[in-house]
Design a protein. Structure first.
Length: 186
């Protein structure tokens, strides 16, 4: 049975192991934004043995890029992007310590296998509420790849960001389970 709970970053092995597909989470702490090109750059750096611009140990990456920050606000609207665009690079990042990802949509079998093997978790975020999601961000700092504009890596401090566990360390997939339950053909 799914639960609702609050968790904080950095994610520990114990917290990750306790999460089950379908659990509703209010996530607080630091998360990083990174999308396609930033993932490719980090992947290539790992392949070359170079240092990454962020420490992946216990880290959560939010597949998002904020809009322009209005005067007096911490951040502009920010919502999840489609996760499969990062799938070619994600297993290598998980192997090197990435523990959580936030996005929307299904993950590849390779990502699901890496989640299970290395003890990570994939959270689904609510699409279409980017202005509301921005209200969960209390701080934003540019970290790396500023040439990517909105898709640069940023460190966000979030307070009670609503997410749901999609893929857990036991290999469960909320999307697949719900499709079977409702006999939806994917």
């Amino acid at each position: 049975m799914a639960t609702q709970r609050q968790i904080h970053t950095p994610l520990t092995a114990e917290v990750i192991a306790s999460l089950k597909a379908g659990d509703m989470i209010l996530l607080s702490g630091e998360v990083y934004t990174a999308r396609d090109v930033a993932h490719r750059r980090m992947y290539e750096a790992l392949i070359k043995g170079e240092k990454l611009p962020i420490d992946l140990q216990g880290t959560v990456i939010f597949y998002a890029a904020p809009t322009h920050t209005p005067t007096g606000k911490v951040i502009g609207s920010i919502g999840p992007t489609t996760s499969y665009r990062m799938d070619a690079f994600t297993p290598k990042l998980i192997e090197n310590g990435l523990k959580g990802m936030i996005g929307k949509g299904n993950r590849s079998p390779e990502v699901v296998a890496a989640i299970k093997e290395y003890g990570a978790v994939y959270f689904g975020a609510i699409g279409g509420i980017a202005a509301l999601t921005a209200q969960c961000v209390t701080r934003m700092e540019l970290v790396a790849y500023d040439d990517l504009g909105p898709e640069a890596i940023r460190k966000l401090t979030v307070m009670e960001l609503p997410v749901i566990v999609i893929n857990d360390t036991a290999g469960h997939d909320l999307y697949a389970e719900e499709q079977k339950k409702w006999r939806i053909i994917a």
